[in-house]
Design a protein around this ligand. Sequence first.
Ligand code: NAD
Length: 247
Amino acid sequence: MELEGRTALVTGASRGIGRAIAVYLAELGAQVAVNYSSSEQRAIEVVEAIKEKGGRAIAVKADVSNLQEVEAMFEKVLNEFGDLHILVNNAGITRDALLIRMKQEDWDAVLDTNLKGVYNCSKAAAKIMIKKRRGKIINISSVVGVAGNAGQSNYAAAKAGVIGFSKAIARELAPRNIQVNVVAPGFIETDMTAALPESIRQEMLKQIPLGRYGDPMDVAYVVGFLASDKSQYITGQVIHVDGGMIM
Ligand code: NAD
């Protein structure tokens, strides 16, 4: 098992892509901390699903945009597992509106969770990883952070910010043998995309050369690779998991 003896923390892991990543990293042998901000029951279900397959996991509560809660979460992970090797910054939200209708609170909420949350967790993880001179930080951005999308200026800014942030810390942390990479999914079937009107879903489908929506596992497999020793010589990269959408 490739991740035997490793500990991973996955943010926003109670459902969707985060859940798939948490379960897959556990299948690869990692002990997994399943972060959630409000849906405790669903996080516990993820932990149970991992334990049923013989893995080890805990649920850890924290709003990633809140530094105090994040610091308490990392302390809990260290108390429980003794170390942290892998951080996956997956938690994210959307609050879509055209620019002239976008409320300040929608801008702030998306930037706080999707960008400040990545900064908060990466900083806390780096403090642990630097001492051990090894670690993997994997940040989930989006094709929207690369190509933009009308009605998502807040989300695009945050997700583009994640890419710039990741490249900067990839350079900072490389001398400490910590690899930092970004996964940029396209259109993945989760609760986040399920709410979109069928007309928009069909329009999206036309833009995907591989002719299907993505599955959370399509993202999880890439994260598993980036979390493993097989990707030791890869850092500061953005890997698109989008069926060729923005090639
Ligand atoms: P989702 O809404 O199903 O899951 C997001 C998770 O993040 C939820 O469990 C939610 O509770 C959690 N979360 C939200 N705010 C949080 C906070 N402040 N603190 C901690 N947890 C918080 O969405 P998803 O589709 O699984 O998306 C996962 C990630 O992938 C997000 O970063 C999203 O932006 C990104 N992404 C998704 C798609 C897609 O098509 N689904 C495409 C590109 C990028």
